[in-house]
Design a protein around this ligand. Structure first.
Ligand code: SF4
Ligand code: SF4
Length: 472
Protein backbone atom coordinates (compact mmCIF):
# COMPACT_ATOMS: atom_id res chain seq x y z
CA UNK A 1 0.00 0.00 0.00
CA UNK A 2 1.54 3.34 -1.06
CA UNK A 3 2.43 5.52 1.90
CA UNK A 4 5.05 8.28 1.50
CA UNK A 5 5.37 8.60 5.31
CA UNK A 6 6.14 4.94 5.85
CA UNK A 7 9.70 3.91 6.66
CA UNK A 8 9.32 0.69 4.68
CA UNK A 9 10.78 0.85 1.19
CA UNK A 10 7.99 -1.26 -0.34
CA UNK A 11 5.46 1.29 0.88
CA UNK A 12 7.16 4.58 -0.02
CA UNK A 13 8.42 3.20 -3.34
CA UNK A 14 5.28 1.24 -4.06
CA UNK A 15 5.52 -0.74 -7.32
CA UNK A 16 1.79 -0.57 -8.12
CA UNK A 17 1.70 3.16 -7.44
CA UNK A 18 4.51 3.61 -9.98
CA UNK A 19 2.75 1.44 -12.56
CA UNK A 20 -0.56 3.26 -12.04
CA UNK A 21 1.20 6.64 -12.31
CA UNK A 22 2.84 5.59 -15.56
CA UNK A 23 -0.48 4.35 -16.96
CA UNK A 24 -2.12 7.61 -15.94
CA UNK A 25 0.70 9.56 -17.59
CA UNK A 26 0.41 7.51 -20.78
CA UNK A 27 -3.36 8.09 -20.90
CA UNK A 28 -2.98 11.83 -20.36
CA UNK A 29 0.22 12.61 -22.25
CA UNK A 30 -1.71 14.65 -24.83
CA UNK A 31 -4.37 16.02 -22.51
CA UNK A 32 -3.66 19.71 -23.16
CA UNK A 33 -6.07 20.95 -20.49
CA UNK A 34 -4.53 18.84 -17.74
CA UNK A 35 -1.00 19.69 -18.90
CA UNK A 36 -1.88 23.39 -18.70
CA UNK A 37 -3.11 22.90 -15.14
CA UNK A 38 0.10 21.10 -14.18
CA UNK A 39 2.21 23.81 -15.78
CA UNK A 40 0.22 26.46 -13.89
CA UNK A 41 1.00 24.60 -10.65
CA UNK A 42 4.68 24.31 -11.62
CA UNK A 43 4.75 28.09 -12.14
CA UNK A 44 4.02 28.52 -8.42
CA UNK A 45 7.49 27.01 -7.88
CA UNK A 46 6.32 24.71 -5.13
CA UNK A 47 6.96 21.51 -7.02
CA UNK A 48 4.84 18.75 -8.56
CA UNK A 49 3.82 15.27 -7.51
CA UNK A 50 5.36 12.27 -9.22
CA UNK A 51 2.10 11.70 -11.13
CA UNK A 52 1.92 15.25 -12.41
CA UNK A 53 5.58 15.26 -13.38
CA UNK A 54 5.19 11.88 -15.12
CA UNK A 55 2.56 13.38 -17.43
CA UNK A 56 4.90 16.21 -18.39
CA UNK A 57 7.69 13.72 -19.03
CA UNK A 58 5.46 11.72 -21.39
CA UNK A 59 3.88 14.73 -23.11
CA UNK A 60 4.33 14.68 -26.87
CA UNK A 61 2.60 17.99 -27.68
CA UNK A 62 5.29 20.15 -29.24
CA UNK A 63 4.03 23.51 -27.93
CA UNK A 64 3.62 22.15 -24.38
CA UNK A 65 7.09 20.65 -24.47
CA UNK A 66 8.48 24.02 -25.39
CA UNK A 67 6.65 25.49 -22.40
CA UNK A 68 8.11 22.77 -20.16
CA UNK A 69 11.66 23.59 -21.24
CA UNK A 70 11.10 27.35 -21.01
CA UNK A 71 9.64 27.06 -17.51
CA UNK A 72 12.47 24.79 -16.35
CA UNK A 73 14.93 27.38 -17.60
CA UNK A 74 13.05 30.16 -15.79
CA UNK A 75 12.84 28.24 -12.51
CA UNK A 76 16.52 27.41 -12.78
CA UNK A 77 17.27 31.12 -13.18
CA UNK A 78 14.98 32.13 -10.30
CA UNK A 79 16.53 29.71 -7.80
CA UNK A 80 20.10 29.32 -8.96
CA UNK A 81 20.65 32.47 -11.01
CA UNK A 82 23.50 31.92 -13.43
CA UNK A 83 25.73 30.20 -10.85
CA UNK A 84 27.18 26.73 -11.27
CA UNK A 85 28.85 25.12 -8.27
CA UNK A 86 32.00 23.10 -9.03
CA UNK A 87 33.33 19.99 -7.33
CA UNK A 88 35.57 16.99 -7.96
CA UNK A 89 35.27 13.32 -7.05
CA UNK A 90 38.07 11.73 -5.05
CA UNK A 91 38.30 7.94 -5.28
CA UNK A 92 39.70 6.48 -2.08
CA UNK A 93 39.51 2.77 -2.77
CA UNK A 94 38.09 0.48 -5.42
CA UNK A 95 38.05 -2.63 -3.26
CA UNK A 96 34.49 -3.84 -3.29
CA UNK A 97 32.65 -6.99 -2.26
CA UNK A 98 29.48 -6.28 -4.22
CA UNK A 99 28.53 -7.75 -7.56
CA UNK A 100 26.95 -4.75 -9.33
CA UNK A 101 26.90 -5.84 -12.96
CA UNK A 102 27.28 -2.29 -14.38
CA UNK A 103 30.39 -1.30 -12.38
CA UNK A 104 33.96 -2.41 -13.09
CA UNK A 105 34.73 -2.51 -9.36
CA UNK A 106 32.46 -5.54 -8.89
CA UNK A 107 34.13 -8.25 -6.81
CA UNK A 108 34.45 -10.76 -9.64
CA UNK A 109 36.51 -8.44 -11.84
CA UNK A 110 39.91 -9.99 -11.26
CA UNK A 111 41.93 -8.04 -13.79
CA UNK A 112 41.18 -4.46 -12.70
CA UNK A 113 43.98 -2.92 -10.62
CA UNK A 114 42.78 -2.71 -7.00
CA UNK A 115 44.00 0.27 -5.03
CA UNK A 116 43.38 1.89 -1.69
CA UNK A 117 44.97 5.24 -0.91
CA UNK A 118 47.16 5.58 2.16
CA UNK A 119 46.87 8.81 4.18
CA UNK A 120 50.13 9.97 2.55
CA UNK A 121 48.68 9.33 -0.90
CA UNK A 122 45.49 11.16 0.07
CA UNK A 123 47.58 14.17 1.05
CA UNK A 124 49.17 14.17 -2.40
CA UNK A 125 45.82 13.79 -4.15
CA UNK A 126 44.28 16.59 -2.09
CA UNK A 127 47.20 18.91 -2.74
CA UNK A 128 46.82 18.19 -6.46
CA UNK A 129 43.09 19.00 -6.18
CA UNK A 130 43.78 22.15 -4.16
CA UNK A 131 46.34 23.21 -6.77
CA UNK A 132 43.62 22.94 -9.41
CA UNK A 133 41.43 25.24 -7.26
CA UNK A 134 38.90 22.79 -5.88
CA UNK A 135 37.21 23.48 -2.54
CA UNK A 136 34.49 20.82 -2.57
CA UNK A 137 34.99 17.08 -2.94
CA UNK A 138 32.81 14.02 -3.29
CA UNK A 139 34.52 10.99 -1.74
CA UNK A 140 33.96 7.65 -3.45
CA UNK A 141 34.80 4.19 -2.13
CA UNK A 142 33.65 0.66 -2.80
CA UNK A 143 32.00 -1.40 -0.07
CA UNK A 144 34.50 -3.59 1.73
CA UNK A 145 34.36 -3.90 5.52
CA UNK A 146 37.94 -5.17 5.69
CA UNK A 147 39.67 -2.80 3.30
CA UNK A 148 37.39 0.25 3.62
CA UNK A 149 35.82 0.15 7.10
CA UNK A 150 34.11 3.27 8.43
CA UNK A 151 37.24 4.06 10.49
CA UNK A 152 39.24 4.31 7.25
CA UNK A 153 36.68 6.68 5.70
CA UNK A 154 36.65 8.84 8.86
CA UNK A 155 40.45 8.98 8.92
CA UNK A 156 40.46 10.05 5.27
CA UNK A 157 37.95 12.84 5.98
CA UNK A 158 40.12 14.10 8.85
CA UNK A 159 43.20 14.05 6.67
CA UNK A 160 41.45 15.90 3.86
CA UNK A 161 40.15 18.70 6.09
CA UNK A 162 43.57 19.08 7.74
CA UNK A 163 45.55 19.83 4.58
CA UNK A 164 46.35 23.49 4.05
CA UNK A 165 48.58 23.93 1.06
CA UNK A 166 49.37 27.51 -0.07
CA UNK A 167 45.93 29.19 -0.16
CA UNK A 168 44.19 25.88 -0.77
CA UNK A 169 41.62 24.21 1.44
CA UNK A 170 38.93 21.61 1.02
CA UNK A 171 35.98 23.19 2.75
CA UNK A 172 33.25 20.65 2.11
CA UNK A 173 33.58 16.89 1.83
CA UNK A 174 30.53 15.08 0.51
CA UNK A 175 30.56 11.33 0.90
CA UNK A 176 29.33 8.62 -1.44
CA UNK A 177 29.76 5.29 0.34
CA UNK A 178 27.62 2.20 0.66
CA UNK A 179 24.44 2.10 2.70
CA UNK A 180 25.36 1.73 6.36
CA UNK A 181 24.05 1.86 9.94
CA UNK A 182 22.59 4.81 11.87
CA UNK A 183 25.64 4.66 14.13
CA UNK A 184 28.01 5.00 11.17
CA UNK A 185 25.96 7.85 9.71
CA UNK A 186 26.26 9.59 13.06
CA UNK A 187 30.05 9.17 12.88
CA UNK A 188 30.08 10.67 9.38
CA UNK A 189 28.00 13.60 10.61
CA UNK A 190 30.40 14.14 13.51
CA UNK A 191 33.34 14.05 11.06
CA UNK A 192 31.80 17.11 9.37
CA UNK A 193 30.61 15.74 6.07
CA UNK A 194 28.48 17.86 3.78
CA UNK A 195 26.02 15.76 1.81
CA UNK A 196 25.66 11.99 2.08
CA UNK A 197 25.17 10.73 -1.46
CA UNK A 198 23.87 7.31 -2.35
CA UNK A 199 22.55 6.39 -5.75
CA UNK A 200 19.62 4.05 -5.79
CA UNK A 201 20.81 2.81 -9.21
CA UNK A 202 17.29 1.52 -9.95
CA UNK A 203 14.02 1.74 -8.04
CA UNK A 204 12.67 -1.37 -9.78
CA UNK A 205 13.07 -4.02 -7.07
CA UNK A 206 13.17 -7.06 -9.34
CA UNK A 207 15.74 -5.48 -11.66
CA UNK A 208 17.66 -4.20 -8.66
CA UNK A 209 18.07 -7.69 -7.30
CA UNK A 210 19.25 -9.00 -10.67
CA UNK A 211 21.68 -6.13 -11.18
CA UNK A 212 23.10 -6.67 -7.68
CA UNK A 213 23.31 -10.45 -7.55
CA UNK A 214 25.83 -10.72 -4.70
CA UNK A 215 27.10 -8.78 -1.71
CA UNK A 216 25.32 -6.67 0.92
CA UNK A 217 24.02 -4.27 -1.75
CA UNK A 218 21.72 -7.07 -2.95
CA UNK A 219 19.36 -6.13 -0.11
CA UNK A 220 16.95 -3.69 -1.81
CA UNK A 221 15.19 -2.59 1.37
CA UNK A 222 18.43 -1.89 3.28
CA UNK A 223 19.72 0.17 0.36
CA UNK A 224 16.48 2.04 -0.31
CA UNK A 225 15.98 2.90 3.38
CA UNK A 226 19.57 4.18 3.75
CA UNK A 227 18.57 7.85 3.56
CA UNK A 228 16.12 7.35 6.42
CA UNK A 229 18.93 5.95 8.55
CA UNK A 230 21.20 8.83 7.47
CA UNK A 231 18.51 11.31 8.60
CA UNK A 232 18.17 9.43 11.87
CA UNK A 233 21.94 9.69 12.29
CA UNK A 234 21.67 13.48 11.95
CA UNK A 235 22.69 13.92 8.31
CA UNK A 236 20.03 16.19 6.92
CA UNK A 237 21.60 16.88 3.52
CA UNK A 238 21.21 13.76 1.41
CA UNK A 239 21.77 13.26 -2.32
CA UNK A 240 19.64 10.91 -4.42
CA UNK A 241 20.35 9.54 -7.89
CA UNK A 242 19.60 6.72 -10.29
CA UNK A 243 21.80 5.27 -12.97
CA UNK A 244 19.79 5.92 -16.11
CA UNK A 245 20.01 3.09 -18.58
CA UNK A 246 19.53 0.20 -16.18
CA UNK A 247 15.72 0.23 -16.19
CA UNK A 248 13.00 2.11 -18.05
CA UNK A 249 13.59 5.79 -17.47
CA UNK A 250 9.90 6.54 -16.85
CA UNK A 251 9.89 4.06 -13.98
CA UNK A 252 13.08 5.53 -12.48
CA UNK A 253 11.77 9.05 -12.81
CA UNK A 254 8.61 8.24 -10.84
CA UNK A 255 10.61 6.28 -8.24
CA UNK A 256 13.09 9.11 -7.79
CA UNK A 257 10.36 11.67 -7.20
CA UNK A 258 8.53 9.32 -4.82
CA UNK A 259 11.75 8.99 -2.85
CA UNK A 260 11.98 12.80 -2.66
CA UNK A 261 8.31 12.97 -1.55
CA UNK A 262 9.01 10.33 1.08
CA UNK A 263 11.90 12.31 2.61
CA UNK A 264 9.76 15.43 2.70
CA UNK A 265 6.79 13.56 4.22
CA UNK A 266 8.78 11.57 6.79
CA UNK A 267 11.47 14.10 7.79
CA UNK A 268 10.21 17.46 6.53
CA UNK A 269 13.30 17.89 4.31
CA UNK A 270 13.54 16.87 0.69
CA UNK A 271 16.78 15.71 -0.91
CA UNK A 272 19.58 18.28 -1.05
CA UNK A 273 20.66 17.09 -4.47
CA UNK A 274 19.67 14.72 -7.25
CA UNK A 275 22.31 13.26 -9.57
CA UNK A 276 21.46 12.13 -13.06
CA UNK A 277 24.23 9.78 -14.28
CA UNK A 278 23.81 7.65 -17.39
CA UNK A 279 25.53 4.30 -17.73
CA UNK A 280 28.97 4.52 -19.39
CA UNK A 281 31.63 2.31 -20.85
CA UNK A 282 34.34 1.10 -18.44
CA UNK A 283 36.74 -1.79 -17.98
CA UNK A 284 34.65 -4.97 -18.15
CA UNK A 285 31.45 -2.98 -18.83
CA UNK A 286 29.80 -2.53 -22.21
CA UNK A 287 26.91 -0.07 -21.92
CA UNK A 288 25.30 -1.57 -25.03
CA UNK A 289 24.32 -4.71 -23.11
CA UNK A 290 21.85 -2.62 -21.13
CA UNK A 291 18.68 -2.13 -23.18
CA UNK A 292 17.35 0.98 -21.54
CA UNK A 293 19.84 3.65 -22.62
CA UNK A 294 18.33 7.09 -23.18
CA UNK A 295 19.16 9.55 -25.92
CA UNK A 296 20.21 13.16 -25.34
CA UNK A 297 16.74 14.59 -26.05
CA UNK A 298 15.07 12.34 -23.49
CA UNK A 299 17.85 13.12 -21.04
CA UNK A 300 17.26 16.87 -21.44
CA UNK A 301 13.52 16.34 -20.89
CA UNK A 302 14.21 14.36 -17.72
CA UNK A 303 16.37 17.15 -16.35
CA UNK A 304 13.72 19.76 -17.18
CA UNK A 305 10.93 17.74 -15.55
CA UNK A 306 12.98 17.11 -12.40
CA UNK A 307 13.59 20.87 -12.22
CA UNK A 308 9.83 21.55 -12.28
CA UNK A 309 9.04 18.79 -9.79
CA UNK A 310 11.64 19.68 -7.12
CA UNK A 311 12.69 23.31 -7.65
CA UNK A 312 14.65 23.51 -4.37
CA UNK A 313 16.80 20.47 -5.00
CA UNK A 314 20.24 20.97 -6.56
CA UNK A 315 20.92 18.86 -9.63
CA UNK A 316 24.32 17.35 -10.38
CA UNK A 317 25.93 16.18 -13.58
CA UNK A 318 29.38 14.64 -13.81
CA UNK A 319 32.10 14.38 -16.44
CA UNK A 320 30.44 11.16 -17.62
CA UNK A 321 28.64 13.53 -19.97
CA UNK A 322 30.21 15.39 -22.87
CA UNK A 323 30.74 19.13 -23.02
CA UNK A 324 27.83 19.46 -25.48
CA UNK A 325 25.43 17.53 -23.30
CA UNK A 326 26.47 19.42 -20.17
CA UNK A 327 26.03 22.73 -21.96
CA UNK A 328 22.48 21.75 -22.87
CA UNK A 329 21.25 20.47 -19.51
CA UNK A 330 22.81 23.29 -17.49
CA UNK A 331 20.08 25.47 -19.04
CA UNK A 332 17.29 23.24 -17.83
CA UNK A 333 18.20 22.72 -14.25
CA UNK A 334 21.65 21.38 -13.44
CA UNK A 335 23.23 23.47 -10.69
CA UNK A 336 26.45 21.57 -9.88
CA UNK A 337 29.05 20.01 -12.15
CA UNK A 338 32.33 18.26 -11.61
CA UNK A 339 35.44 19.45 -13.40
CA UNK A 340 38.93 18.17 -14.12
CA UNK A 341 37.81 14.82 -12.69
CA UNK A 342 39.77 11.60 -12.47
CA UNK A 343 37.65 8.53 -11.82
CA UNK A 344 40.52 6.24 -10.84
CA UNK A 345 42.09 5.70 -7.44
CA UNK A 346 45.09 8.02 -7.16
CA UNK A 347 44.42 9.50 -10.61
CA UNK A 348 45.08 13.15 -9.74
CA UNK A 349 48.77 12.57 -9.02
CA UNK A 350 49.52 9.77 -11.41
CA UNK A 351 47.60 9.27 -14.62
CA UNK A 352 47.37 5.52 -15.09
CA UNK A 353 48.93 3.43 -17.81
CA UNK A 354 46.20 2.08 -20.17
CA UNK A 355 46.67 -1.56 -19.14
CA UNK A 356 46.36 -0.83 -15.42
CA UNK A 357 43.09 1.00 -15.43
CA UNK A 358 41.26 1.46 -12.12
CA UNK A 359 38.71 3.95 -13.51
CA UNK A 360 35.05 3.55 -12.52
CA UNK A 361 33.88 4.92 -15.86
CA UNK A 362 35.24 6.64 -18.95
CA UNK A 363 35.30 10.41 -18.59
CA UNK A 364 33.69 12.19 -21.57
CA UNK A 365 34.49 15.75 -20.56
CA UNK A 366 38.26 15.70 -20.20
CA UNK A 367 38.85 19.44 -19.93
CA UNK A 368 40.89 20.93 -17.11
CA UNK A 369 39.17 22.86 -14.34
CA UNK A 370 40.64 26.08 -15.74
CA UNK A 371 39.09 25.31 -19.14
CA UNK A 372 35.74 24.54 -17.57
CA UNK A 373 35.76 27.72 -15.50
CA UNK A 374 36.55 29.77 -18.61
CA UNK A 375 33.92 27.97 -20.68
CA UNK A 376 31.24 28.58 -18.05
CA UNK A 377 32.08 32.27 -17.88
CA UNK A 378 32.09 32.62 -21.66
CA UNK A 379 28.58 31.16 -21.57
CA UNK A 380 27.53 33.77 -18.97
CA UNK A 381 27.61 31.44 -15.98
CA UNK A 382 29.37 32.23 -12.73
CA UNK A 383 31.55 29.30 -11.61
CA UNK A 384 31.14 29.06 -7.85
CA UNK A 385 33.35 27.36 -5.28
CA UNK A 386 30.97 28.27 -2.49
CA UNK A 387 30.66 25.97 0.54
CA UNK A 388 29.08 28.54 2.86
CA UNK A 389 25.81 26.92 3.91
CA UNK A 390 27.23 23.82 5.44
CA UNK A 391 29.93 25.80 7.24
CA UNK A 392 27.34 28.24 8.60
CA UNK A 393 25.19 25.34 9.79
CA UNK A 394 22.58 25.99 7.11
CA UNK A 395 21.76 22.36 6.39
CA UNK A 396 18.49 20.47 6.04
CA UNK A 397 15.42 22.61 6.79
CA UNK A 398 17.59 25.68 7.56
CA UNK A 399 18.99 25.44 4.03
CA UNK A 400 15.49 24.96 2.61
CA UNK A 401 14.21 28.03 4.45
CA UNK A 402 17.03 30.07 2.90
CA UNK A 403 15.85 28.90 -0.54
CA UNK A 404 12.21 29.53 0.24
CA UNK A 405 12.79 32.99 1.76
CA UNK A 406 14.01 34.33 -1.59
CA UNK A 407 17.25 35.50 0.11
CA UNK A 408 19.37 33.18 -1.96
CA UNK A 409 20.40 35.97 -4.33
CA UNK A 410 21.85 37.90 -1.35
CA UNK A 411 23.78 34.85 -0.26
CA UNK A 412 24.75 32.54 -3.12
CA UNK A 413 25.48 35.35 -5.55
CA UNK A 414 28.07 37.26 -3.49
CA UNK A 415 29.52 33.95 -2.28
CA UNK A 416 29.93 32.81 -5.88
CA UNK A 417 31.69 36.05 -6.81
CA UNK A 418 34.02 35.97 -3.80
CA UNK A 419 34.99 32.32 -4.28
CA UNK A 420 35.48 32.90 -8.00
CA UNK A 421 37.74 35.83 -7.13
CA UNK A 422 39.84 33.52 -4.93
CA UNK A 423 40.08 31.07 -7.81
CA UNK A 424 41.16 33.80 -10.23
CA UNK A 425 43.82 35.09 -7.84
CA UNK A 426 45.25 31.69 -6.95
CA UNK A 427 44.77 29.27 -9.84
CA UNK A 428 43.45 30.74 -13.09
CA UNK A 429 45.44 31.18 -16.27
CA UNK A 430 45.91 34.86 -17.33
CA UNK A 431 43.18 34.70 -20.00
CA UNK A 432 40.69 33.00 -17.64
CA UNK A 433 41.53 35.64 -15.04
CA UNK A 434 40.80 38.46 -17.42
CA UNK A 435 37.41 36.97 -18.44
CA UNK A 436 36.64 36.44 -14.75
CA UNK A 437 37.52 39.96 -13.64
CA UNK A 438 35.12 41.43 -16.22
CA UNK A 439 32.41 38.99 -15.16
CA UNK A 440 32.74 39.94 -11.49
CA UNK A 441 32.53 43.64 -12.37
CA UNK A 442 29.41 43.05 -14.40
CA UNK A 443 27.76 40.76 -11.81
CA UNK A 444 28.45 42.66 -8.60
CA UNK A 445 25.56 45.01 -9.37
CA UNK A 446 23.16 42.06 -9.36
CA UNK A 447 23.39 41.67 -5.58
CA UNK A 448 20.02 43.09 -4.50
CA UNK A 449 20.83 44.47 -1.00
CA UNK A 450 23.04 47.58 -0.87
CA UNK A 451 24.65 46.54 2.39
CA UNK A 452 25.49 43.05 1.17
CA UNK A 453 26.87 44.46 -2.09
CA UNK A 454 29.15 46.84 -0.15
CA UNK A 455 30.47 44.05 2.09
CA UNK A 456 31.09 41.88 -0.99
CA UNK A 457 33.01 44.72 -2.66
CA UNK A 458 35.17 45.16 0.46
CA UNK A 459 35.80 41.42 0.60
CA UNK A 460 36.79 41.29 -3.08
CA UNK A 461 39.37 43.97 -2.36
CA UNK A 462 40.56 42.03 0.70
CA UNK A 463 40.95 38.89 -1.43
CA UNK A 464 43.08 40.85 -3.86
CA UNK A 465 45.21 41.87 -0.87
CA UNK A 466 45.75 38.27 0.20
CA UNK A 467 42.90 37.48 2.64
CA UNK A 468 40.76 34.39 2.00
CA UNK A 469 37.58 32.60 2.97
CA UNK A 470 34.81 35.20 3.22
CA UNK A 471 31.19 34.10 3.16
CA UNK A 472 27.62 35.14 3.79
S1 SF4 B 1 28.73 0.42 -7.81
FE1 SF4 B 1 29.71 0.67 -5.82
S2 SF4 B 1 29.04 -1.11 -4.67
FE2 SF4 B 1 28.72 -1.60 -6.82
S3 SF4 B 1 30.60 -2.65 -7.49
FE3 SF4 B 1 30.81 -0.46 -7.95
S4 SF4 B 1 31.89 0.36 -6.18
FE4 SF4 B 1 31.04 -1.62 -5.57
S1 SF4 C 1 25.33 30.03 -0.21
FE1 SF4 C 1 24.68 27.92 0.27
S2 SF4 C 1 23.16 27.39 -1.27
FE2 SF4 C 1 24.29 29.15 -2.00
S3 SF4 C 1 25.93 28.27 -3.26
FE3 SF4 C 1 26.76 28.61 -1.22
S4 SF4 C 1 26.49 26.67 -0.21
FE4 SF4 C 1 25.15 26.63 -1.99
Amino acid sequence: MYNPKSLKSDEFIDHSEILESLEYAEANKNNAKLIDEILAKARLRKGLSHREAAILLDCTLEDKNQEIFALAEQIKKDFYGNRIVLFAPLYLSNYCINGCVYCPYHAKNKHIARKKLTQEEIKREVIALQDMGHKRLALEAGEDPINNPIEYILECIDTIYSIKHKNGAIRRVNVNIAATTVENYRKLKDAGIGTYILFQETYHKESYEKLHPTGPKHDYAYHTEAMDRAMEGGIDDVGLGVLFGLELYRYEFAGLLMHAEHLEAAFGVGPHTISVPRIKRADDIDPDVFDNGIDDDTFAKLVACIRLAVPYTGMIISTRESKECRERVIHYGVSQISGGSRTSVGGYCEPEPEDESSEQFDVSDKRTLNEIVKWLMENDYIPSFCTACYREGRTGDRFMSLCKSGQIQNCCHPNALMTLKEYLEDYASPDTKSVGESLIKAEIGNIPKDKVRQIALDNLANIENGSRDFRF
